[in-house]
Design a protein around this ligand. Structure first.
Ligand code: SAM
Length: 245
């Protein structure tokens, strides 16, 4: 699939989405796949170098949320495997990482901690997994980048068994009306290009709490990361009966 495959259900629709939709199928569109392939490779390389600094800022939260998991774990967008060192032994790990340039980093990171991995190229919006087949789904700094958060969260809920946990740690939109919120919106197109499609101003907390999980426990906090300072971390439980989403 072309890396700029547009999802018609994606919201909000910004000017750059409209430009990309018009380019679709043209000569320029086909030519763009070369630089986009390069940018995916570059992003994987950059993640391999910066992920550890980001990880250090989240270390104690990751330790407390990830070290007690067990069973079948599905991690969406695992990147270069920065979460592997927090996982206990004996888990069955499946990763959905659409950027295949991340896969060699994942294999190396897994080898270094003795974790057996099953890494796939599927996107969070279309997981190639059976209903109710996972005990835990993990997302750290991924819901900022998926094409369609609603679709990804429906997939996460689908693959989780009743009572299963969705563990998340994400940077999110600043409070509306603040200077930081204005900055997040202003830099979004350039930021998305440079950071693998990341959107700095998404209301991920709102989307998770309305996605049919219950209960949802969320901690809101800030990290010294400029435009992506506001963060959330928490656990959302897949209820036994389907809640309307
Ligand atoms: C900022 S990186 C975070 C990597 C890792 N989770 C971490 O915490 O270090 C975002 C990751 O999400 C992946 N990603 C982007 N869109 C995705 C999608 N639709 N489904 C699954 N993963 C996606 C990217 O390829 C990248 O590996």
């Amino acid at each position: 699939m072309h890396p700029y495959e547009l999802n018609p259900g994606r919201t909000p629709l910004n000017w750059h989405h409209v430009v990309l939709a018009r380019l679709r199928g043209t000569w320029l569109w086909r030519e763009m796949s070369v630089p986009l392939e390069f940018s995916q490779r570059l992003f994987a390389w950059a993640m391999g170098h910066v992920a550890q600094h980001y990880d250090a800022l989240l270390a104690h939260r990751k330790e407390s949320l990830l070290s007690g998991i067990h069973g079948t774990i599905v991690e969406i967008g695992p990147g270069t495997g920065s979460n592997f060192r927090y996982y206990p032994r004996g888990i069955h790990w499946i990763g959905a990482e659409p950027n295949r340039h991340m896969h060699p980093y994942l294999r190396r990171a897994a080898e270094s901690v003795g974790l057996e991995i099953d890494v796939r190229s599927s996107r969070a919006e279309a997981l190639d997994l059976a209903d109710q087949s996972a005990d835990v789904v993990i997302s750290t700094a991924v819901l900022c980048s998926v094409d369609d958060q609603g679709k990804a969260l429906r997939e996460i809920r689908r693959v989780l068994r009743p009572g299963g946990q969705f563990i998340f740690m994400e940077h999110v939109a600043a409070e509306r009306g603040t200077v930081l919120s204005g900055i997040q919106h202003a830099i979004q197109p350039l930021w998305s290009c440079l950071a693998g499609g990341c959107h700095p101003a998404r209301d991920t907390q709102g989307t998770i709490t309305q996605a049919g999980f219950a209960p949802v426990s969320v901690e809101r906090f800030r990290l010294p990361l400029g435009p992506i300072a506001p963060h959330i971390a928490g656990i959302a439980i897949r209820p036994s009966a389907n809640l309307p989403a």
